[in-house]
Write a protein that binds this ligand. Structure first.
Ligand SMILES: Cc1cc2nc3c(=O)[nH]c(=O)nc-3n(C[C@H](O)[C@H](O)[C@H](O)COP(=O)(O)OP(=O)(O)OC[C@H]3O[C@@H](n4cnc5c(N)ncnc54)[C@H](O)[C@@H]3O)c2cc1C
Length: 554
């Protein structure tokens, strides 16, 4: 019997496990289907594609993509302590304030979340109005600065595009080095940043290799979780709440397996309906990505970097090419006038990134990917089987919307232009993967054929004030008691940028909501302009400053 049972030890789940167990009077159980993060490759930044389709990966895919030549598109997701933060590319990006303000949800605007981004953060650049220090999540400069990455930035500059030294300080447009979630050159997953450091708390239990099969209900109240480990059936009781943090594909699956969803879909699968929550699984959104790959003769790319010499350098000094997160530099741009914020993001790779990252490139080269950060196309996650170990059915509908097509085609053209610009273009010795020409038709044909995910799915357990939303503003699932969803799936739309930091900030705020603590104040808020909950707290003398720096546990 635990007070809280958290299902899923990913980006959100590890934050929750840490924050909820700060209170010594509550007991917390964290369940994870994957194993501990003991595979050395988890901690070597440049090795993340080597984890694809291994035991650390759920290895999802779309069943087909109707607007991408009916292809099955590979969708990696971390199945290990740290979840997808243990296999991701470590880029630290928050998105644009318009994204959060656009959700239109009190308490979740950018200004509301900024104190949580800062509370999480330990930024090696030091504190300022945008950044925090002393938080659990180390954020720092890339220690591997491949010369190709610098050439990319020089090519961008020669095209007159702006540089941006900090994508998380208000202005998003421009190009530069990405800051990374890393400590001393190694990956800082949320398991590393939030979980391992509190492993000695007696009120926190972590169970790995437990695949949650369903939530247990008494009437419409959740009382626990049923899971399985090596074929053994295990029931875990939750006195206060069950918190589902299984990620955008698995959270809706677990809720549907538990009898929440659309009766007309659950009943044929002989799943007893606990509550009708029609929009579970609906509204899936992601950043579709495409790009170009070139060969070069100079032996300066990451090709062959995973060798003993570099491993030694990585282990002894936290330096060298293996500290590269692969997507070292990039930036944001607007593909046309009249946009109020960027619609595309670029990731430059000093190596050949092809075949959705599943096949290592043969030979030296570089790649430039462009992803659409304002997708209008939406898909969904459905149950294909009542068997909890079967994969959910996923369709993204990438490129269904004509605006998505227009932005991605323009972004792909920008890729061609940048890669042919000096001092990058002069290195190219051949095209490994690229469109036939820069005509709209050829670019679109190519984009549909080489489209891949940029790994940022959200939206399948949408938060909202409307009756159709899956969870309310406190992330409680509608129609039942004692269940919350806390992970990327609750985001009503995908932020413009990589989604790890947003998920962590969201979980930081959720932890305060679950603990019944007064949410941190928006920066500079005064009693008059603050939201009602904050104003009340201020009056009671209970609100804390959102200023930079660590916030000590209550
Ligand atoms: C390859 C890749 C690269 C990425 N690169 C970046 C990047 O550079 N920067 C960035 O900001 N974001 C990146 N992302 C995205 C980012 O990592 C995710 O948005 C974020 O980790 C999502 O967090 P989450 O808590 O929603 O889910 P996850 O972190 O995926 O956590 C879900 C957890 O639940 C567990 N789980 C699922 N089902 C069950 C079950 N039934 N029972 C028990 N446990 C279960 C999973 O094993 C997992 O540990 C990347 C993602 C991937 C996959």
């Amino acid at each position: 019997m635990y007070d809280y049972v958290i299902v899923g030890a990913g980006s959100a789940g590890c934050v929750l496990a840490n924050r909820l167990s700060e209170d010594p009077d509550v007991s917390v159980l964290l369940l994870e289907a994957g194993g501990p993060d003991t595979n050395d490759l988890v901690h070597v930044p440049a090795a993340f594609p080597a984890l694809y389709r291994t035991a650390q990966d759920w290895d999802h895919s779309t069943i087909y993509e109707p607007y991408a030549n009916d292809r099955r598109i590979y969708l990696p997701r971390g199945k290990v302590l740290g979840g997808s933060s243990s296999i991701n590319a470590m880029v630290y990006i928050r998105g644009n304030r318009l994204d959060y303000d656009g959700w239109g949800l009190e308490g979740w605007r950018y200004d509301d979340l900024l104190p949580y981004f800062k509370r999480a953060e330990d930024n090696e650049r030091g504190p300022d109005e945008h950044h925090g220090v002393g938080g659990p999540l180390p954020v720092g400069e890339s220690r591997s600065r491949n010369p190709l990455s610098q050439r990319f930035l020089d090519a961008v500059a020669s095209r007159g595009l702006p540089m941006n030294p900090d994508f998380n300080a208000g202005e998003q447009d421009g190009f530069g080095w990405y800051q990374l979630t890393q400590r001393r050159g190694a990956r800082a997953s949320t398991a590393v940043a939030y979980l391992h450091r509190v492993a000695d708390r007696t009120n926190l239990t972590v169970e790995t290799h437990v695949h949650a099969l369903k939530l247990l209900f008494e009437g419409t109240r959740a009382v626990g979780v049923r899971g399985t480990r090596l074929g053994e059936m295990l029931d875990f009781s939750a006195e206060r709440e069950v918190i589902v943090s299984c990620g955008t594909y698995n959270s809706p699956q677990l809720l549907m397996l538990s009898g929440l969803g659309r009766p007309e879909e659950l009943e044929p699968l002989q799943i007893e309906v606990v509550a009708e929550v029609p929009q579970i699984g609906v509204g899936l959104q992601d950043h579709p990505n495409t790009g170009v790959v070139y060969a070069i003769d100079e032996e300066i790319s990451l090709f062959g970097a995973l060798n003993d010499e570099n491993l030694l350098l990585f282990e002894s000094e936290g330096r060298g090419p293996l500290t590269s997160n692969i997507a070292e530099v990039g930036g944001f741009a607007r593909t046309r006038g009249g946009l109020d914020a960027p619609d595309v993001q670029f990731h430059f790779v000093p190596g050949r990134f092809q075949s959705e990252g599943l096949m290592p490139g043969e030979g030296h080269g570089f790649s430039l990917g462009v992803c659409l950060v304002t997708p209008k196309s939406r898909g969904g996650v459905m149950l294909g089987s009542p068997d909890p170990t079967a994969k959910p059915l996923i369709v993204h509908n990438y490129l269904e919307h004509e605006d998505d097509v227009a932005s991605l085609v323009s972004g792909l053209r920008m890729c061609l232009e940048i890669c042919s610009t000096e001092p990058l273009g002069e290195l190219v010795s051949g095209v490994v993967q690229g469109p036939a020409s820069d005509s709209d038709d050829d670019l679109l044909t190519y984009a549909r054929q080489y489209l891949m995910t940029l790994y940022h799915p959200v939206g399948t357990c949408r938060m909202g004030d409307d009756d159709g939303a899956v969870v309310d503003r406190e992330l409680r699932v509608r129609g039942v008691e004692g269940v919350r969803v806390v992970d990327a799936s609750v985001m009503p739309s995908v932020p413009r940028g990589n989604t790890n930091a947003p998920t962590i900030a969201l979980a930081e705020r959720a932890a305060d909501l679950i603990r019944g603590r007064t949410p941190l104040r928006p920066q500079g808020a005064d009693a008059e302009s603050a939201p009602a909950e904050t104003a009340a707290a201020t009056a009671a003398g209970g609100a804390r400053s959102g200023a930079a720096g660590p916030v000590s546990p209550a």
